[in-house]
Design a binder for this molecule. Structure first.
Ligand SMILES: Nc1ccn([C@@H]2O[C@H](COP(=O)(O)OP(=O)(O)OP(=O)(O)O)[C@@H](O)[C@H]2O)c(=O)n1
Ligand SMILES: C[C@](O)(CO)[C@H](O)COP(=O)(O)O
Length: 377
């Protein structure tokens, strides 16, 4: 089974106002689009499609440089979805989730409930049973009461067997309230999964404050620290934070002895309460002899993602008299950011001496200390 998710983000956000379309506006410290995308970065989702406004060159450049598949938005939401479905052609996708970028508070539990329902149905979508009384009205005056029995507020992600919804969208053009309407027009039976009140769609200006409150309450922030020391030995360079730095001696260790990268890796494991490098890559195992420490860091980052965390920032301090780190700090920052899939401004690499005191002062080795901040997505 291959699962994909399509995030439709080609709307204009007219009702939300505020200049920029709502998906690009800030929400609890990040853009709406970043929150929504991260919600779908789950191990079971193999492909993530982002449907973008065709005229937003900046967004195409930004997301074109990521692992996302991109598709062009159309005039109506249904046109955008159709293009998203086409972008998945030939990738062996069997199930697809279709989600509004404007619903950034969706939980992994709801996403998984929809997927689970697809085991026994062609289509499934979250619906929130209407609990308030329903009126009809004109010009601010109530004209009648409607029966709310059996009525649901439709949410996303709406999930489908890929071939069926693909054919349904190709067969039906024109406006549709949602993909469930398209599916039903093609004769598909759609199961209702209990929706979540927190899974609101940011539609009007005031919805930002509510979404911010939900994401704030939800926030699970974890800190971890890492500390490492490697001893100098013969050599003509050291590897620090992924960069080769010429030096009169090398660092000794079972792997490439990248003391900075080890401290950062341990900080991430620490934040996850997952021990340290030695637990995942035992020094007694000969396969790690001389290994590039990138393997360890990439493993810790993957573990964080699998456990539902994103790395918010990293701070690493190298402690040595020599080599001087300043001239190499920017390269180290870029390399560490690359390995972790972060922006360089999320990674700080700095250095200090130990004022010629102790083993560092005697230039017997280099120490590194690091802090990692992880946030549940
Ligand atoms: N042509 C369109 C229209 C809408 N959408 C997406 O469909 C979702 C639900 O639409 P809505 O909340 O109505 O968003 P907008 O169309 O952006 O808002 P508005 O109607 O206020 O302009 C949003 O994620 C929006 O980006 C899209 O991808 N392509
Ligand atoms: C798909 C949807 O989110 C279901 O509630 C909704 O219909 C899309 O938004 P719109 O406001 O109807 O365009």
């Amino acid at each position: 089974m291959t699962i994909a998710a399509i995030i439709v983000a080609a709307g204009r956000g007219r009702r939300a106002g505020g200049g920029l379309p709502k998906q690009w506006r800030p929400l609890a410290g990040r853009r709406v689009v970043d929150w929504t995308l991260d919600r779908f970065r789950l191990p079971e989702i193999a492909h993530l499609v982002l449907v973008l406004p065709p005229d937003n060159a900046e967004a195409w450049a930004e997301f074109g440089a990521t692992d996302l598949l991109l598709a062009k938005g159309g005039a109506e939401r249904a046109d955008s979805v159709r293009n998203g479905l086409r972008a998945l052609e030939g990738r062996g996708v069997t199930r697809v989730l279709i989600h509004d970028v404007a619903r950034p508070c969706v939980s992994a539990a709801l996403i998984r409930a929809v997927l689970e329902s697809l085991d026994s149905h062609d289509a499934a979508a979250p619906g929130l049973a209407v609990s308030d009384a329903l009126w009809s009205g004109t010009d601010g005056i109530v004209e009648g009461t409607r029966d709310r029995m059996g009525l649901y507020a439709a949410q996303t992600p709406q999930g489908f067997h890929y071939d069926l919804i693909r054919a349904a969208h190709e067969a039906r053009t024109g406006e549709a309230a949602d993909d469930v309407e398209v599916a039903r027009a093609a004769g598909m039976k759609v199961a209702i999964v209990p929706g979540a009140a927190d899974n609101l769609k940011i539609t009007r200006a005031e919805d930002f404050a509510r979404a911010e409150r939900i994401l704030g309450h939800d926030m699970d922030v974890r800190l971890g620290n890492g500390y490492d020391v490697h001893r100098f030995g013969p050599g003509d360079h050291v590897i620090l934070c992924g960069c080769r730095v010429p030096h009169g001696r090398g660092l000794q260790g079972h792997s490439d002895a990248d003391v900075g990268m080890h401290a950062v890796t341990d900080a991430i494991y620490g934040a996850l309460a997952q021990g340290d490098i030695g637990r995942h890559f035992p020094p007694s195992d000969p396969q790690w002899k001389g290994a590039a420490s990138e393997i360890f860091l990439a493993h810790a980052v993957k573990l964080a993602r699998e456990q539902g965390y994103r790395i918010s920032n990293i701070d690493c301090t190298l402690v040595c008299e020599h080599p001087k780190i300043g001239p190499h700090a920017a390269d180290m920052q870029a390399e560490m950011a690359r390995i972790m899939g972060l922006e360089p401004d999320q990674v700080s690499i700095k250095a200090t001496t130990s004022e010629r005191l102790g083993f560092i002062g005697r230039e017997e080795g280099i120490a590194a200390i690091a802090t990692a901040c992880l946030v549940r997505t």
